[in-house]
Write a protein that binds this ligand. Structure first.
Ligand SMILES: *Cc1c(COP(=O)(O)O)cnc(C)c1O
Length: 437
C-alpha cells in the first residue's frame, strides 16, 4: 500500500516513507493511494482469532513488500500487550472497548503500532529520533510505546506546567529511550517546534528526526484493525446490517473505520457522533463546512472547531459524495443526553460509559430508532474510546456508583521532573537534545 498527498499529484511513497515523514513535504496529508481487498481474510478469521493474530494477518497484506509476515507478528506482539474487547450488550448494541491500553484511551492502539512498526522498518538504519508535542496523557502513551525500542529515542515536548505519569528509569541518560523537555510556552509552541525541527534539514538529518503526530498515517492505518476485529467477532451473529458509532473530535477514528470499509469489511454505515460542537454536520450533509465558535462540554475530546483530518474526509467525499452521504450519518448529542445515557446504560446493562462513549451510544440509539431502520435488524457497535475511570467523578455522579480507578491510570497523576526546561526556540531544543548524549 502506498500513500499520496491530498494536495498534489506527485508519485506515491511507501508506508515507511509516509510514516517517517508524517506530513508530505509538498503539503496536504498522506492518504492511501490504492485500495486493497482483504475479503478473503475475513472468511477464515473468526471469534477465536486473537487481536495480535489478526494484526499479524492483515498488516503484511496491507504493507506488502515492506513488512513480511514474520516481521508483522513481531510488530503485533511487541505493540499489543493490551487488546480491544467486544462486549455484546443485546441484539442491537455492542460496545467495542478500546481503553485497555496504558493511558486508557483508544489512541494507545495507533501509537503502539506506529512505534513497533517504525522499529521494525528501520532495523537496519541508524538510530532515529521521534519528536512529539505532548498534551494530556499522550506523552505517557508515547513513552510506553517506545519503551526499550532498539535504536530509537523519543523526545517529548511539554508546555509549561507539571509533567505527569513518566518514570525516570525510562529516560535516555538512565539507559532508556525518553527525553522529556519542558518548553516555556504553550502546546502550540511545542507543535511549532516539532514542525521546525522536522524542517530544519541539518538538525533533522543529524538525528534522523520523525514524529508521532496524530496526523501520521502510521497511526490511522492500525486503527482500522479493531474495526475488523469487531466484525470477525460478530460475523456469525449478525442478522442484519452492521453499523459503527464513533465519538468524533478530529475524525481520525472515523477515517480509520472508512479504511476498514475500503478493505472490504461488510459494513452498512458509520454514525459520526458529535457533541454540540457539530459544525461538521453541515459538511456531511453536503452543505460545505464553516467552523463555529467552540462551546466547552463534558466530552472535551470532541470539542474541536476545525478537525485536523478535514482534508482526508474531503478526499473521500470528492471521490464519491453520494456514496459517502449513504455511509456516514452525523448525529448531535447534548450534555444532558450524555449524562442520562451514562445513567441508563448503567441501569440497563451494568456497564459504565465515559462521556465520549456515551455521546456515541446515544447517537447509535437515535439512529437505531429512526424510521428507515425498522425493517433491517441493524446491529450497532459503539466505540468505547475512553476509560470511565478517567472521568470517575462525572460517571459516579451520573450513576450513583463508586468508580474504581485502576492503579495504571492512577499512576498517570504522578509528577516527574523534565530533563531540561527550554525557551521555545529550535536552538534551545538542539542544545537540550545534544546534552543528553
Ligand atoms: C481523541 C478522542 C476522541 C476523538 O477521536 P478523533 O479520532 O479525534 O475523532 C474520542 N474519545 C476520546 C476518549 C478521545 O480521547
Amino acid at each position: 500500500m502506498q500513500f499520496r498527498s491530498t494536495k498534489s499529484s506527485k508519485p506515491p511513497v511507501s508506508f515507511k516513507e509516509a510514516a517517517l515523514r508524517c506530513l508530505p513535504p509538498e503539503g496536504g496529508l498522506y492518504v492511501p493511494a490504492s485500495v486493497i481487498d482483504m475479503r478473503q481474510f475475513f472468511l477464515y478469521m473468526d471469534r477465536n482469532t486473537a487481536y495480535h493474530e489478526l494484526v499479524s494477518t492483515v498488516a503484511p497484506v496491507l504493507l506488502q513488500g515492506e513488512l513480511n509476515p514474520f516481521s508483522a507478528s513481531r510488530v503485533a506482539e511487541s505493540a499489543f500487550d493490551f487488546e480491544p474487547e467486544l462486549k455484546q450488550l443485546d441484539e442491537r448494541f455492542s460496545a467495542l472497548t478500546l481503553y485497555n491500553g496504558p493511558t486508557g484511551v483508544f489512541k494507545d492502539f495507533g501509537i503502539a503500532f506506529l512505534a513497533a512498526v517504525m522499529e521494525e522498518l528501520t532495523r537496519n538504519n541508524r538510530r532515529i529520533m521521534v519528536i512529539s508535542a505532548a498534551r494530556g496523557d499522550t506523552g505517557v502513551s508515547v513513552a510506553h510505546a517506545f519503551y526499550k525500542r532498539h535504536n530509537m529515542i523519543a523526545v517529548l515536548l511539554y508546555p509549561s506546567g507539571p509533567i505527569r505519569g513518566l518514570s525516570p528509569e525510562s529516560f535516555a541518560p538512565n539507559g532508556g529511550t525518553l527525553i522529556p523537555i519542558e518548553v516555556r510556552g504553550t502546546y502550540d509552541d511545542c507543535q511549532r517546534l516539532v514542525i521546525e525541527a522536522i524542517n530544519d534539514r541539518p538538525f533533522a538529518e543529524r538525528y534522523s528526526i520523525t514524529t508521532t503526530n496524530a496526523l501520521n498515517p502510521g497511526r490511522l492505518l492500525p486503527q482500522s484493525f479493531y474495526y475488523l476485529y469487531a466484525f470477525i467477532k460478530l460475523k456469525k451473529l449478525l442478522k442484519g446490517d452492521l453499523f459503527f458509532s464513533i465519538p468524533c473530535g478530529n475524525f481520525g477514528n472515523l477515517i480509520s473505520g472508512l479504511y476498514a470499509w475500503k478493505f472490504g469489511m461488510p459494513v452498512r454505515g458509520f454514525v459520526a457522533a458529535m457533541n454540540v460542537n457539530n459544525a461538521f454536520g453541515d459538511f456531511f450533509k453536503g452543505n460545505g463546512f464553516k467552523p463555529h465558535r467552540l462551546i466547552p462540554t463534558i466530552s472535551p475530546a470532541l470539542d474541536v472547531s476545525v478537525p485536523s483530518n478535514y482534508e482526508r474526509l474531503s478526499a473521500f467525499y470528492e471521490e464519491a459524495p453520494a456514496v459517502m452521504r449513504n455511509m456516514v450519518f452525523p448525529a448531535v448529542i447534548d450534555d444532558k443526553t450524555t449524562l442520562t445515557t451514562i445513567e441508563r446504560v448503567w441501569k440497563q446493562y451494568g456497564v459504565f460509559l465515559d462521556p465520549h462513549t456515551a455521546v456515541a451510544f446515544a447517537a447509535a440509539e437515535q439512529r437505531a430508532s429512526s424510521r428507515d431502520m425498522s425493517h433491517s435488524d441493524p446491529h450497532f457497535v459503539v466505540l468505547a474510546t475512553g476509560h470511565p475511570a478517567k472521568e470517575a467523578e462525572l460517571v459516579s455522579k451520573a450513576t450513583g456508583q463508586t468508580i474504581e480507578i485502576p492503579s495504571k491510570l492512577a499512576m498517570l497523576q504522578n509528577h516527574t521532573e523534565p530533563l531540561a526546561v527550554i525557551d521555545p526556540h529550535l536552538d534551545a531544543l538542539e542544545g537540550a537534545v545534544a546534552s543528553c548524549f
